[in-house]
Design a protein around this ligand. Structure first.
Ligand SMILES: [Zn+2]
Length: 282
């Protein structure tokens, strides 16, 4: 399996056990302001990290949730108002960009916090009758309508991500919005009524015009933009010519192992799938 996630000794354990103290002294905080993650600058010019209890103490936090444990510390998610001033020593970062500075376990915690806060923000009212929703039990991540009993759990949207290979070479794709020179993999949402395997065939066909077989599961990764579960596969090329026909991609082409372009960021399953293939993991 892919080595995407942190090693066990520093692993983040997701969960929502009730924290008796709403602001535990040993907490680590994943705080967002207007969609960006707040980080504490390191005093010694080291990489920034999640906020500890002291750093979070001066913030006016709303929408707080316990999201798990990190290195034995409770991890909490919270938000501050979009225009809130930041105390000295705090910086803000896009969550994707934070993957280049946070430890993998820290980033996993921040990613789940982002997803839980999104769920909280978007389930204030019942989608069935329009009444106010609440979370009656902090140990269960479920919001319930006080009028009709409708229950909403955090949404998880499955997506496939596929490395298409043909002998030694692999197919990489590029979206126009990505940084110059960066390539990634075919990916797309699973449609209602569709199997993962059928989705792999459809997405590869729609995005590149190619046919594949020998679809093999490699690993998965929660991807909180805002609530995907990326399910990674290798698939063997069986025929067709590259044809960009759905307008989603700017380019798709074959690459040889010795001539790779700029790859997706670390901590992404796309990067892990490509590295796993290049290391002979077929
Ligand atoms: Zn309702």
């Amino acid at each position: 399996m892919l080595a995407i996630f942190p090693t066990p000794d520093e692993r983040f354990s997701p969960g929502c056990d009730a924290v008796p103290d709403p602001r535990p002294d040993d907490a680590r905080w994943c705080v967002y302001r207007g969609g960006d993650l707040l980080l504490a600058a390191a005093p010694d010019d080291g990489p920034p990290g999640l906020l500890d209890a002291a750093a979070a103490a001066g913030l006016s936090l709303t929408r707080t949730h316990h999201v798990g444990r990190l290195d034995g510390h409770p991890v909490l998610a919270g938000e501050v108002a979009p225009g809130a001033a930041l105390p000295d020593g705090l910086i803000e970062s896009n969550l994707r960009a934070a993957s280049s500075v946070l430890r993998p376990a820290e980033w996993s915690a921040a990613a789940l916090a982002s997803q839980v806060l999104h769920w909280d923000r978007t389930t204030r009212f019942c989608g069935d009758c329009g009444s106010t929703m609440s979370q009656p039990d902090p140990r269960e991540r479920a919001r319930r309508c006080g009028q009709c009993g409708h229950v909403v759990y955090p949404r998880v949207s499955p997506c496939v991500i596929v490395l298409v290979h043909d002998g030694e070479r692999l197919l990489l794709t590029r979206q126009a919005s990505w940084p110059a020179g960066r390539y990634g993999l075919v990916a797309g949402f699973v449609e209602a009524g569709e199997s993962l395997e059928a989705c792999v065939r459809r997405e590869v066909d729609e995005e590149t015009g190619l046919c594949v077989d020998d679809i093999a599961y490699q690993g998965s990764q929660p991807w909180p933009f805002p609530h995907q579960l990326m399910v990674g596969f290798f698939a063997r090329y069986t025929g067709g010519e590259v044809l960009l026909r759905d307008g989603e991609l700017e380019d798709a082409r074959w690459f040889e192992p010795g001539a790779m372009p700029t790859l997706p960021p670390r901590l992404s399953i796309a990067r892990s799938l490509i590295e796993h293939f290049l290391q002979g993991g077929r």
